[in-house]
Ligand binder design. Structure first.
Ligand SMILES: [Zn+2]
Length: 195
């Protein structure tokens, strides 16, 4: 039986205005203390995000959403008992800068009991290696699978939002922005020395 969708919303100043049951999936590592909806309503989203990498990701996501774009992507989130394919949708809510996060279950399949030695190649969350994620500080694209990509495309590949604690962001500059900046600099230089 698929799990119900999980929804939470924030207002324009990033304060939590609504959470549905099961919301603490998003709170990740911070949810261990039995935090209830009453504890979080009215508080800034940032109170529940402990590490800087995740904060940076959420900042970029929110900035993107508030320009009117939507994000939606699917990701694996397995439990010991079942394999799950989830979909996260992030979009504007209302017309005052509020944002809604919704995670729904696309498929949920009970795991077959199989001998451990007979793995199928899938990797559980606990086994993922920590990764260093490159993000361009100029165009905010992420380097994933050998190319610079928009976050919608990069996040599922990097598994960023579902396992942020295993990712480290490093800011740099992509080749395209580098070339554009070099071009701008030499244009400015030419203009400056031309008079
Ligand atoms: Zn760039």
């Amino acid at each position: 039986m698929p799990s119900p969708a999980i929804v939470y919303r924030i207002d324009a100043s990033d304060r939590i205005t609504y959470v549905s049951e099961g919301w603490d999936v998003f709170a990740g590592e911070n949810s261990s203390g039995g935090v209830t909806a009453a504890d979080v309503l009215g508080r800034p989203l940032w109170d529940f995000i402990s590490d800087d990498t995740t904060k940076e990701i959420y900042r970029q996501v929110l900035a993107r959403i508030r320009t009117g774009r939507r994000m939606s992507y699917s990701f694996r989130c397995d439990s010991p008992a079942c394999r799950r394919l989830l979909e996260m949708q992030i979009r504007l809510h209302g017309d005052a800068g509020g944002v809604e996060f919704q995670t729904s279950t696309l498929t949920e399949v009970a795991r077959e009991l199989a001998p451990v030695s007979q793995g199928d190649g899938s990797v559980g969350a606990e086994e993922l290696e920590p990764g260093l994620v490159r993000v361009c500080g100029w165009c905010n694209r992420f380097y994933a699978d050998g190319a610079w990509r928009e976050m919608e495309e990069a996040f599922p590949r990097l598994r960023l939002l579902e396992h942020p604690e295993r990712q480290m962001l490093t800011h740099g500059m992509c080749e395209q922005c580098f070339e554009r900046m070099v071009g701008d600099l030499s244009a400015a230089e030419a203009a400056g020395t031309g008079g």
